[in-house]
Design a binder for this molecule. Structure first.
Ligand SMILES: [Fe+2]
Length: 199
């Protein structure tokens, strides 16, 4: 299976003012496209050719850094576009809301922990909610890593590479993270992944 770039599931200008058309044009059309192109070149002739994306990400971790970086980033961005939506944020579906309260004490604390993980990730990387041992945890990973290679199932990830926020927020990463959590997250998609992860 080779990698391919999906269309964005909304218009490029539909996440303003929280994420601009210009950011999405660069982030989706240039950065994600590069992971797809480079990933396909590195996959060709490797032992992972023909495997599923998850198998490639897990299998290449620690074994083939070039392939892992691009396959990991392809996986992360495939989901990232769906973790965003116009008029996002707002109400969290009940089952997911209860799970966040159960795991963090409150929804506010869950959001705070996700923002703290993203703020304290030194350099490029991601902040996550993932399901591990029946609980939702907030973690951070460097570069293209994600919870799949650390024993968890990712249900929400926020890209903290500078390419995701520098055009709109310059160096103000915490403001981008706050906007992500309050105004951009597609909680319905997070709830869908949570339901699948807790089966
Ligand atoms: Fe990115």
């Amino acid at each position: 299976m080779s990698f391919s770039l999906p269309e964005l599931p909304y218009a490029y200008d539909s996440l303003t003012p929280y994420m601009s058309k210009e950011t999405l044009e660069f982030h989706h059309d240039k950065h994600h496209q590069a992971y797809v192109t480079n990933g396909n070149n590195l996959l060709k002739g490797s032992e992972w050719e023909g495997k599923s994306l998850e198998e490639i990400v897990k299998g290449s971790f620690g074994k083939n850094a070039g392939l892992f970086n691009n396959a990991g980033q392809h996986y992360n961005h495939l989901h990232f576009w769906k973790w965003l939506k116009p008029n996002g944020g707002g109400a969290i579906p009940g089952e997911l809301e209860n799970a966040l309260i159960d795991s963090f004490g409150s929804v506010a604390k869950a959001k705070e922990d996700l923002i703290a993980a993203g703020t304290t990730q030194f350099g490029s990387g991601w902040a996550w909610f993932s399901v591990q041992g029946g609980k939702i945890v907030a973690t951070k990973t460097p570069n293209g890593e994600n919870p799949l290679v650390h024993g968890g199932t990712p249900i929400l990830g926020v890209d903290v590479w500078e390419h995701s926020y520098y055009i709109d927020y310059r160096n103000r990463r915490p403001d981008y993270l706050k906007a992500f959590v309050e105004n951009l997250v597609n909680w319905e998609y997070v709830a869908e992944l949570y339901a699948a992860a807790s089966k």
